[in-house]
Write a protein that binds this ligand. Structure first.
Ligand code: AMP
Ligand code: MG
Length: 350
């Protein structure tokens, strides 16, 4: 399949959105930017479009898709038994990086929800995403536009790498601002439950609803037998090709341990990638050091994390040694992704 790749700007904005909307209405697939990561869109109410999304991504079909809407009133078309908490969250955080799980209406096919009676709904704020959903006149099912298991795309180049030849169109709007996927909160349970941490933190949700809890698999750093409530969270994810280990503990000891292991690997003829903060980058004595951001700025780390993981693939490292980062507020979502990318390999030093 020929994939049309278009760079969108002020001069062609309406024209591109119009063409992409037509493709979606015809049951085709379009990758487009959102404020979190690039999404791979298809008509959420058509089983055939949903099937195409799974096949383009190589995604297991029990891993449900998030449905993107352009107006809060669309909630009632797609979901039933909607609690007041949904409207409160929508008022505070929509449009924006928050996904709500609600009981689905019959109109939403099981092909989109991975066979579940619930549906995940989000209203994105990125002007291209919002414009596309509005102008297409449909609800857009859109998982991240990466091949299943690979790091989510935060630049059009990442989407092109994974999706060229597999979908109808890619809209290139440059680098994405947030860089990790939406927060998912389940509103079908008595106490709202965070299934996936993201930019909207538990504290922010608590400020609005008073109470919120976590699916316990979000908080466990080791692999447990528990099944996460968001089916997608059980799969190996965000993974670079090389084995990645995270080193946590006293900063000086972390740097020393990474230097010790990097030296050993280099002597054994391996190519070593080091995922470093800007503060520590000058302290490493071996390996390819790649800066992900400042230790003090989890937003900067989030914005670069998936790009850095893909970079390690491009330079063909054999092993990746990574610093661990602060897990406060948005840092929790960042570390959740890094820990998954590491397949839960964490070494505590000092
Ligand atoms: P992605 O679209 O790639 O960001 O992945 C979507 C995430 O939302 C996956 O982890 C899914 O398992 C999760 N998700 C989507 N729909 C539901 C649902 N109805 N219940 C629980 N999790 C869901
Ligand atoms: Mg994804």
């Amino acid at each position: 399949m020929d994939t049309k790749i278009v760079r969108i700007d002020d001069s062609n904005h309406d024209e591109v959105i119009c063409e992409a909307g037509r493709i979606l209405r015809d049951g085709g697939l379009v990758a487009f930017p959102t404020e979190t990561v690039y999404g791979l869109g298809g008509d959420a109410l058509r089983e055939d479009a949903a099937r195409k999304i799974y096949s383009a991504k190589g995604r297991p079909s029990d891993n449900p898709l998030i449905v993107h809407i352009a107006d809060v009133s669309d909630l009632e078309v797609l979901a039933k038994d909607i609690p007041q908490s949904a409207y409160k969250l929508a008022e505070s955080f929509w449009p924006g990086p928050l996904t709500m799980i609600l009981n689905k209406k019959d109109i939403v096919p099981y092909g989109t929800t991975g066979g579940l009676e619930t549906v995940a709904i989000r209203m994105p704020s990125h002007p291209v995403a919002a414009g596309l959903i509005k102008s297409s006149g449909i609800y857009v099912a859109a998982p991240s536009a990466n091949l299943s298991g690979r790091p989510s795309p935060t630049k059009a180049e990442h989407v092109i790498e994974d999706m060229q030849g597999r979908i109808d169109m890619i809209i290139d709007a440059g680098a994405i601002e947030i860089g990790i996927e939406s927060t998912i909160v389940d509103l079908t349970v008595p106490v709202p439950m965070i299934l996936r941490p993201g930019y909207i933190t538990a504290d922010m949700i608590r400020d609005v609803l008073g109470d919120v809890c976590y699916d316990r698999t979000v908080l466990t750093h080791s692999i447990t037998k528990d099944k996460p409530k968001a089916p997608g969270m059980k799969y190996r994810h965000y993974a670079p090709k090389a084995d990645l280990t995270i080193f946590e503990g006293d900063n000086a000891k972390v740097v020393a341990r990474i230097n010790e292991l990097a030296g050993q690997h280099v002597r054994a003829g391996h190519r070593v990638g080091i995922l470093s903060s800007s503060e520590n980058a000058g302290l490493y004595t071996a390996g390819d050091v790649v800066i992900v951001g400042s230790r003090r700025d989890e937003h900067e780390i989030a914005a670069h994390l998936f790009d850095v993981l893909r970079h390690f693939d491009h330079i063909n490292v054999d092993v990746i040694l990574s610093e661990g980062f602060n897990e406060d507020s948005f840092g929790q979502a960042v570390m959740n992704r890094l820990i998954k990318a590491a397949g839960h390999h964490i070494e505590h030093v000092g």
